[in-house]
Write a protein that binds this ligand. Structure first.
Ligand code: V47
Length: 370
């Protein structure tokens, strides 16, 4: 049969070299990443990323997709930082500003646990009235009521903020929080590491070096953490690659990161809405696949369905993601920016994973099967 498909169009020489490297288990370079972003060959990207995902899985778990039963808890939305992509933060006296009492926040965690949550993900605004002591009280209070609930809490940005007020080093702050009940740290606040993007979008946030050094300190203290990148805030593909390489170098040093989560900006009620080209489905799928390929020392890539929506999250499982996050009860940050994805139920996640051709497996925070 006659065909117009030419092999050289399916896989040009650059992609052939990258394919050989991936199949040989060799580390990809920044330049390789540039070629991968330039290419629209999603079929090849999916095959390469899926290959790496299978290689990374423990024997017998290659077809697993992980999910967990979790809730989000945002004890305060008061924030003195100004990030132009954020629709969650409020000024102290602004309408809608809130700070929960310790009892109120504890009760939310307890209720989540009653509904089956094994993990609570706690992050909040930079609120001078809810700094280190507030959070040590909260951690102790939650641990007293539900000792078995895993507390994954505080972005590196919050850690730096608490340290400034308590006049402690970042490492001391993490130690204090750990003694009060902190079990691991989430990956938020990384945004895009490039200084030009940070200056434009989140000038008050700590620079990349400090974000990385805080995670390094946490790893040295024996805590595991995650890492994120928030795409769709005016960054270039080169900025995304620089971000991956900084994380890859950091992971070479400590091996304390568990999961990378490529986040996607939502724009409703944000100041960034008129300033950038919104993120596309192509960007989302490429970020999943290319991060899987570049971050060769991360065990897991998460397709965060709250931001991707069910449909793209499901497709992302064929592009290197092996985790879909969890039931995510009470998510507020992305919902404030119009994601419209409220928490979900186990059956819905399991069905979504099954219908993508994978085996759903409930996990705890450390990827032990439940
Ligand atoms: O740090 C802020 C981002 C992050 C918007 O570690 C926005 O397992 C989209 O870090 N549109 C918080 N994103 C979420 C986060 C996270 C989520 C799920 C799992 C884990 C994990 C971490 O959300 C913030 C910021 O990067 N964000 N505003 C917005 N308008």
């Amino acid at each position: 049969m006659k065909t117009d498909i030419k092999p050289s169009e399916i896989i040009n020489n650059d992609l052939k070299i990258i394919t050989d490297k991936v199949l040989a288990g060799e580390r990809l370079s920044f330049e390789d990443g540039v070629q991968l972003y330039k290419s629209n060959n999603l079929i090849l990207l999916g095959k390469l990323a899926s290959h790496v995902r299978r290689q990374k899985a423990k024997a017998g778990t290659e077809n697993f997709v992980w999910w967990n039963t979790n809730l989000h808890l945002n004890p305060t939305n008061v924030c003195i930082g100004k990030c132009n992509f954020c629709a969650f933060a409020k000024r102290p006296n602004e309408e809608g500003a809130y700070t929960m009492s310790i009892d109120e926040a504890t009760q939310k965690a307890v209720n989540g646990h009653k509904l089956g949550a094994t993990e609570v993900h706690i992050v909040g605004g930079l609120n001078p009235k809810a700094a280190l002591n507030y959070y040590t009280d909260l951690l102790r209070s939650i641990k007293k009521e539900v000792p078995q609930l895993h507390i994954k809490a505080f972005t590196a940005v919050e850690i730096a903020f608490f340290s400034k007020f308590a006049k402690t080093s970042n490492k001391q702050t993490i130690e204090i929080l750990r003694s009060a009940g902190l079990d691991s740290m989430p990956g938020g606040g990384a945004e895009v590491f490039a200084k030009s993007v940070r200056d434009e979008t989140c000038p008050d946030k700590i620079p990349a070096e400090e974000w990385l050094s805080i995670h390094q300190a946490a790893h040295e203290l024996g805590l595991r953490s995650n890492a994120t990148m928030l795409a769709g805030i005016g960054e270039t593909e080169e900025d995304r690659l620089e971000h991956y390489l900084l994380l890859r170098d950091a992971q070479d040093k400590t091996n304390g990161f568990q999961t990378f989560i490529p986040l996607s900006c939502h724009y409703e009620d944000t100041d960034i809405i008129a300033q950038v080209e919104p993120i596309t489905g192509m960007d989302q799928i490429k970020n999943i696949a290319i991060s899987r390929l570049m971050l060769d020392n991360f065990d897991h890539i998460k397709a965060y369905w709250i931001q991707l929506g069910y449909k793209i999250a499901q497709v992302a499982l064929h592009f290197g993601a092996d985790d879909i996050d969890g039931t995510v009860v009470d998510e507020k940050i992305t919902n404030s920016a119009g994601s419209g994805q409220k928490g979900t139920q186990a059956e819905i996640l399991e069905n979504l994973i099954k219908r993508a051709g994978f085996e759903p497996k409930e996990r705890d925070t450390f990827y032990n099967m439940l």
